[in-house]
Design a protein around this ligand. Structure first.
Ligand SMILES: NC(=O)C1=CN([C@@H]2O[C@H](COP(=O)(O)OP(=O)(O)OC[C@H]3O[C@@H](n4cnc5c(N)ncnc54)[C@H](OP(=O)(O)O)[C@@H]3O)[C@@H](O)[C@H]2O)C=CC1
Ligand SMILES: CC(C)(CO)C(=O)C(=O)O
Length: 310
């Protein structure tokens, strides 16, 4: 199976590294010139338990993707949410009617973007609890050892092929399973990000520092409540106490969520409009009040302005 990974940041590089190491035919696609140069020279260098292990694989910029390149069987997208549509537009030459697109981005609503490029029976949605950090171009550090991946094809017609992809991911030590209700899992993961990503970026804290504050429980409850109130109108019934427990399971991890990495470490725009901001927008559409999500979204945008993100 020919696999392309679009977005070779912390997560795309991690998945590419694992899949290549397991013997798959993998290419990476990324827009960051220094990253492309570093991977071309040394491969993707992963720090695993104090050891650096490099995996060499081809990497291209989207402008190098043309009709000359072979179609891919599986395209895993790992851009930031706001980069997804542009990336897919530039990859049209390698997307055929047989290409499966697997989306593991954080955030809500990405299936609507994918539907502009492939049919529903080739859209595989998913979530991952793996975590990774880019420490320099071409260099990543794995942030946990107990992640997983849950995926489901949006149309049952694609179930068998999706199960084959589950096996490929698991054989690459990415601990994957087929989900029977991936939209539930996507909303559940959005709750995690809606709490820890946004609040850690605002407070300048990691999950453990935030989780050990006196305010953490009350903030978590209120944010999850708003996500659950809105999710109902989108056909997803979240089990609030189970979701709160799931969010709180991160409170002992000294990990800086990806939104902290974007905003505080790299002064880059955040995905807030696809997480708390998406719930605020959907809440307005369904007349559901979401004061926490609205306030958090505005604060993140204010901090983006103060830090002059680019
Ligand atoms: N990191 C994590 O632990 C997790 C992340 N996710 C999700 O996965 C998706 C991808 O996230 P992630 O891999 O963290 O994203 P990254 O920010 O690491 O990479 C995304 C893109 O950003 C650019 N980039 C990254 N760092 C820099 C930098 N310092 N300077 C300039 N450009 C840079 C690159 O392309 P370009 O130049 O085109 O911007 C890259 O392809 C997101 O939806 C995220 O929420 C999900 C689970 C965990
Ligand atoms: C690792 C985790 C779950 C932390 O919120 C994440 O999804 C992220 O960093 O974006």
């Amino acid at each position: 199976m020919k696999i392309a990974i679009a977005g070779a940041g912390a997560m795309g590089s991690k998945f590419g590294w694992h899949l290549k190491k397991a013997g798959n035919d993998v290419i990476l696609i990324d827009t960051w010139d220094r990253n492309i140069a570093a991977v071309r020279e040394n491969g993707v260098v992963a720090r695993v338990k104090n050891e650096e292990i490099a995996e060499k694989m081809p990497i291209y910029s989207p402008s190098e993707i043309d009709e000359q390149k072979e179609n891919v069987d599986l395209l895993i997208v790992f851009t930031k949410s706001m980069q997804l549509e542009n990336m897919l537009n530039s990859l049209k030459p390698i997307i055929s009617k047989d290409t499966y697109v697997l989306c593991l981005l954080n955030g809500l609503g990405h299936e609507d973007v994918l539907a502009k490029f492939v049919t529903r029976d080739h859209i595989i949605m998913g979530v991952t609890m793996w975590a990774s950090m880019m420490t320099a171009p071409g260099h990543i550090t794995f942030a946990n050892e107990n992640g997983n991946v849950e995926i489901q094809c949006l149309d049952p017609k694609g179930k068998d092929e999706t199960k084959e992809i589950v096996k490929i991911l698991s054989d690459a030590e990415l601990n994957a399973c087929y989900s029977e209700n991936v939209m539930y899992s996507i909303w559940r993961k959005a709750c995690v990000n809606g709490v820890v990503n946004a609040l850690c970026a605002l407070l300048g804290a990691n999950c453990k520092e935030f989780g050990h504050t006196k305010e953490a429980d009350e903030l978590t409850r209120n944010i999850v409540q708003e996500f659950a109130d809105v999710a109902q109108y989108e056909g997803v019934n979240l089990d609030r106490s189970e979701v709160i427990q799931h969010v709180e399971s991160l409170f002992d991890t000294p990990h800086y969520p990806s939104m902290y990495q974007d905003l505080v470490q790299n002064n880059r725009p955040t995905e807030i409009d696809y997480i708390d901001g998406a719930v605020w927008r959907k809440g307005l559409k369904h007349s559901v009040p979401t004061p926490y999500c609205a306030f958090i979204t505005r604060l993140i945008h204010a901090k983006e302005d103060i830090l002059k993100v680019k």
